[in-house]
Design a protein around this ligand. Structure first.
Ligand code: ADP
Ligand code: G6P
Length: 472
């Protein structure tokens, strides 16, 4: 297990991510709590870290606090501090105002600011230095996601003895979009410092290989990139997953099953319960799906006496302008739909802007009939897999956007194009009325996919490949 030598951590397996699995939150009365951090990265990696002893280097979610390493449920946590300005420029700015929209098909316009970039370089260096300090000789270091794309190269310069993996949880854009980035060369070279670069889909790995061919003097042979100094980086796809069995077991437990029944009762025992679960993000297509549902009700194609749509949205990145704007737009849309179509004691749309414990999520997934996942672009989308894992039998329907990474594996879902509102409408209707044997056939295939390809297999595939790379 990671040793603590005079307060200093030393580990042979190190994960480096902007987020730690837990966030430090200060309550109004001054007391402090640790809460599970939002998002798919943490959902996926937490079980990996529990299964492998190691250290997790990351930010604890609050500004201007320097914290010592500590143990949390068998994981050694190494907090990295960020100042208030760094949160604004590196996290909200370059990571979520530049890279996030650029990598998600520019569904919102990315902003390019040199001060943001300077903060990104500075903070990436801090993460690299902290990872270098806690890594044993010859350790494996696994760097995560778009916030830390410079870390692989920085770390390789500091510690050539390390085996360095990188995994991108979000899409990697086509060259035509990526090359807007004023710092495209630095980012590409930053990633190439890794021995193995993992993407969600083969298409993303191909986008990266094409970029390298055009912009870097390197020899590219299939997934193998050889640089001038002899260093070899590989670029491959590893579609990420969840701890399917533990979600399943949680959802089948008696308290969660009871809670699922209570939810349906509290909703007035609808014939069909639709469910949406997302971070409140403009990439998720929440507006499109609510608009489609609202129109179906107003046109009488769905009866508000029979159906209810529950939309849960976790607050996210609330100081970034695009996210504030989205929140207002959704508030307005929900109000309009319920105002137009609701009656006394009956609102077709139930909207909860809040985060819930995993038990409650499992109860929602169990209670729902139709899960509605409509991102305009998404690296994977673990919500889709969680819904499938939580089903107790071959029932329920998954409506899934073609633009989610999950669509690559979950081929038997009811697929939609989220840009086509009529397509969403027709598919919501079909998924709610389809014959039980059709639903069962689809769900059986989806469940097999999700149980056969869980997070343990993902981590094993990546780490085995990383192990077989030759460092140098
Ligand atoms: P992203 O990483 O972009 O947020 P994913 O669908 O891959 O998208 O992962 C989202 C994760 O956050 C899932 O594990 C999901 O269960 C969790 N989650 C989403 N909304 C909520 C919520 N309101 N309360 C608790 N957990 C949530
Ligand atoms: C996505 C990203 C993660 C991020 C998560 C939550 O899953 O890929 O890197 O941690 O969203 O976003 P946040 O900005 O709150 O960390």
């Amino acid at each position: 297990s990671p040793t603590d030598q005079g307060g200093e951590v030393s580990a042979s397996f190190v994960v480096v991510a902007n987020r730690l699995p837990v966030d430090r939150v200060q309550n109004p009365d001054g007391t402090v709590d640790w809460r599970t951090s939002p998002g798919g990265l943490v959902t996926a990696l937490e079980p990996v870290m529990r299964a492998n002893e190691g250290a997790w280097v990351g930010w604890h979610g609050a500004p201007d606090e320097v914290l010592d390493p500590f143990e949390e449920d068998g994981i050694t946590i190494v907090p990295v501090p960020l100042s208030t300005d760094e949160v604004a420029d590196y996290y909200e700015g370059f990571s979520n105002g530049t890279l996030w929209p650029l990598y998600h098909d520019v569904v919102a316009p990315p902003a390019f600011h040199r001060v943001w970039w300077d903060a990104y370089v500075r903070v990436n260096r801090r993460f690299a230095e902290r990872a270098a300090q806690v890594s044993d000789q010859g350790a494996t270091v696994w760097v995560q996601d778009y916030q830390l794309q410079l870390v692989p190269q920085m770390l390789r310069m500091m510690r050539p003895d390390l085996r360095i993996g990188f995994f991108l949880h979000i899409p990697f854009p086509p060259v035509e979009l990526f090359q807007q980035l004023p710092w495209r060369r630095e980012i590409t070279e930053g990633l190439l410092g890794a021995d193995l670069i993992g993407f969600q889909l083969p298409g993303a790995a191909q986008n990266f290989a094409r970029l390298v061919r055009q912009r870097v003097s390197a020899e590219v042979r299939r997934d193998q990139i050889t640089l001038g100094d002899g260093h070899v980086a590989r670029a491959r796809a590893y579609p990420i997953s969840i701890d399917s069995r533990s979600f399943h077991e949680l959802s089948r437990s008696e308290p969660v099953q009871q809670r699922a029944r209570d939810i349906r009762r509290d909703l007035g025992e609808p014939k069909v319960m639709f469910l949406g679960v997302d971070r409140l993000d403009y990439t998720k297509g929440i507006k499109q799906r609510l608009r489609a549902f609202g129109e179906l009700i107003l046109e009488g194609r769905l009866d508000p006496d029979d159906v209810v749509f529950v939309q849960i949205a976790t607050p996210s990145r609330e100081r970034v302008e695009e996210y504030r704007h989205l929140r207002d737009e959704i508030d307005m849309l929900v109000g309009r739909i319920n105002g137009d179509a609701g009656r006394i004691g009956r609102s077709p749309l139930v909207y909860l802007h809040s985060s819930f414990p995993r038990e409650e999520m499992a109860a929602m997934y169990s209670a729902a009939d139709v899960m509605v996942v409509t991102p305009l672009r998404d690296g994977m989308n673990l919500v889709a897999k969680e819904f499938v894992a939580c089903r107790g039998a071959d029932d329920g329907a998954l409506v899934l956007s073609e633009f989610a990474g999950a669509a690559y594996e979950l081929k038997q879902a009811y697929k939609i194009n989220p840009y086509d509102i009529n397509d969403i409408k027709a598919t919501l209707e079909l998924a709610s009325h389809d014959a039980p044997n059709n639903k069962a056939r689809r769900m059986r295939a989806l469940r097999k996919q999700v149980f056969d390809n869980d997070i343990a297999k993902w981590a094993d595939n990546f780490l085995t490949d990383l192990d077989q790379t030759v460092t140098g």
